[in-house]
Design a binder for this molecule. Structure first.
Ligand code: FEO
Length: 400
C-alpha cells in the first residue's frame, strides 16, 4: 500500500474488507466495507482508532513502516465497536507504554471486551492533547453510534476524525478522498450505512451536528468510507436530512409479504395507480426476497411507503413483521403511509400493520383494503383509493 496523507504527518491507515458477508453479522456487504484508522506522526505520535481484527497484520506493518522505530504515545479510541477496536490488544502488546485515550464510557467497554485495565487517559468534552504541532480536541457524540462515541478534532489542519459519523459501506477501491471517487456510487452505500446502522439515533445525530457546527472543518475522516475534503456540505446536508427523517426524493416504496401471490397482486395494482398519479420513483419489494437493508435504505430515500401483508398463523407474514419491527426500532416517520393485506380465514397481517402505525403515530391513508383470499374488484378499488391518496400526499410534500 502506498503512503496516503491527509496533511503533513497525518496518514490514512485504512483497510478494505471484501470477505465479510454481513456487517455486524446482520447487514449485507455486496461492495465490502473499509475500516479507516489514522496516524499523526508529530513530536508525540497518536493513532486514531484501529481496524477489525482480521486485518491487523497489514495494519501493524504499515505503522512500523511509517514510524521506523518510533513509539506510539497515544491511542485515541473514538469508538469501541470491535470493527474499530479489534487491533487494540495487539497495539497495547507492541507499545506497552501507550496511553489509551477515551472517555468515562470508553473504559468499561475496553475492560469488558479486551480486559485492558491500565494506561487509561480519560478525556472530557473540550479537552486537548498537544502533540507538538498538532492539537487534538475531543467532543462527545453519544449514540452516534454507541454511548461512548466521541470525535477528535485536529485544530491546525481543521480535520475532524468523526468515528462512524459520515461513514459508508463500500470498500475504497483506489480512490480514498471524496474528489477521487464517483459519489453517485457511494450515495446509495452512504444512505444504506446511515439508515441501517445509525438510523435509530436521529435525535442524537442532530445533537452531534449542532455541536460540531461550531467547528471550522476542512476534512472529515470517518472510520468507514471516503475522506471528505471537497464535498463537506454535501455530506452534512445528507446527515441533516437523514437524521431528521425527511425524505430525499418524491417516490414510494411498496413492500409486501405474499405466500401465493394474492397480496402481491394488490401491491402491483397500487404501483400502477401511483404511476397513473404521476409518481415516477416506485420500488416494489417482496420482503421475503430482498434483504431489509436495501428496503430500509429506500424507505429513507422516498416520501411514500405502502406496506402489505398476508395473514400468517393469525399474525403478520414473518418477513414483513421483521421489517416493521426494525422500522419501529428506528422511529421511522414523515412518510405518506398506506397499509393493506389479505386475511384468509382469521386475518392478522392487516391488524398488526394497523397497530404498528398507531404505535409509531403514523397516519395511514385511504380506506381499509384487506382482501379475504384473492383480491376481488372491490378490493382493487380500495387499493386504488389508498394509492391515490398516497400519491396526492407525496405530491404535496416538498422534498427539496
Ligand atoms: Fe463502525 Fe459502530 O462501528
Amino acid at each position: 500500500m502506498k503512503e496516503v496523507k491527509l496533511a503533513d504527518n497525518i496518514y490514512y491507515l485504512g483497510v478494505n474488507d471484501r470477505r465479510t458477508h454481513l456487517f455486524e453479522n446482520a447487514w449485507p456487504l455486496p461492495y465490502g466495507v473499509a475500516y479507516n484508522s489514522y496516524l499523526i506522526n508529530d513530536e508525540k505520535v497518536a493513532l486514531i482508532d484501529t481496524v477489525e481484527y482480521g486485518h491487523m497484520e497489514d495494519f501493524l506493518e504499515r505503522i512500523d513502516d511509517i514510524l521506523d522505530g518510533k513509539t506510539i504515545d497515544y491511542l485515541i479510541i473514538n469508538h469501541m465497536e470491535p470493527d474499530h477496536s479489534g487491533a487494540i490488544k495487539q497495539i497495547v502488546n507492541q507499545y506497552p507504554d501507550i496511553q489509551i485515550v477515551g472517555n468515562k464510557k470508553t473504559f468499561p467497554m475496553l475492560e469488558g471486551f479486551f480486559g485492558i485495565e491500565q494506561n487509561h487517559y480519560e478525556v472530557e468534552e473540550g479537552d486537548t492533547i498537544d502533540l507538538g504541532t498538532h492539537k487534538l480536541n475531543f467532543h462527545m457524540i453519544p449514540m452516534v453510534h454507541w454511548p461512548e462515541t466521541m470525535v477528535t478534532y485536529e485544530s491546525t489542519t481543521q480535520t475532524l476524525f468523526s468515528a462512524d459519523a459520515f461513514g459508508s459501506f463500500g470498500t475504497l477501491d483506489g480512490g480514498i478522498f471524496d474528489d477521487e471517487i464517483n459519489l453517485n456510487f457511494f450515495e446509495d452505500e452512504l444512505r444504506r450505512y446511515y439508515s441501517n446502522i445509525v438510523g435509530k439515533y436521529g435525535n442524537q445525530v442532530q445533537k452531534a451536528l449542532s455541536k460540531l457546527g461550531g467547528l471550522e472543518i476542512k476534512q472529515i475522516a470517518a472510520t468507514h468510507g471516503p475522506i471528505w475534503r471537497c464535498h463537506i456540505d454535501y455530506i452534512l446536508d445528507k446527515y441533516h436530512k437523514w437524521s431528521s427523517y425527511e425524505p430525499e426524493e418524491e417516490g414510494a416504496v411498496i413492500v409486501f409479504g405474499s405466500m401465493y401471490g394474492n397480496t402481491e397482486k394488490m401491491a402491483d395494482r397500487m404501483a400502477r395507480t401511483l404511476s397513473e398519479n404521476g409518481v415516477k420513483n416506485i420500488r416494489v419489494y417482496d420482503a421475503s426476497k430482498t434483504h431489509a437493508s436495501y428496503i430500509i435504505s429506500d424507505i429513507w430515500k422516498y416520501s411514500g411507503l405502502i406496506i402489505g401483508s398476508a395473514a400468517y398463523n393469525g399474525g403478520i407474514f414473518p418477513a414483513v413483521g421483521s421489517l416493521i419491527e426494525k422500522l419501529k426500532n428506528m422511529y421511522i416517520k414523515n412518510r405518506a403511509l398506506g397499509i393493506f393485506g389479505s386475511s384468509s380465514w382469521g386475518g392478522g397481517g392487516y391488524r398488526v400493520l394497523e397497530k404498528w402505525a398507531e404505535e409509531l403515530n403514523l397516519e395511514h391513508l385511504g380506506p381499509k383494503a384487506e382482501a379475504r383470499c384473492a383480491p376481488n374488484a372491490n378490493d382493487m378499488e380500495l387499493c386504488d383509493q389508498i394509492a391515490t391518496e398516497v400519491a396526492q400526499s407525496i405530491k404535496k410534500h416538498n422534498t427539496k
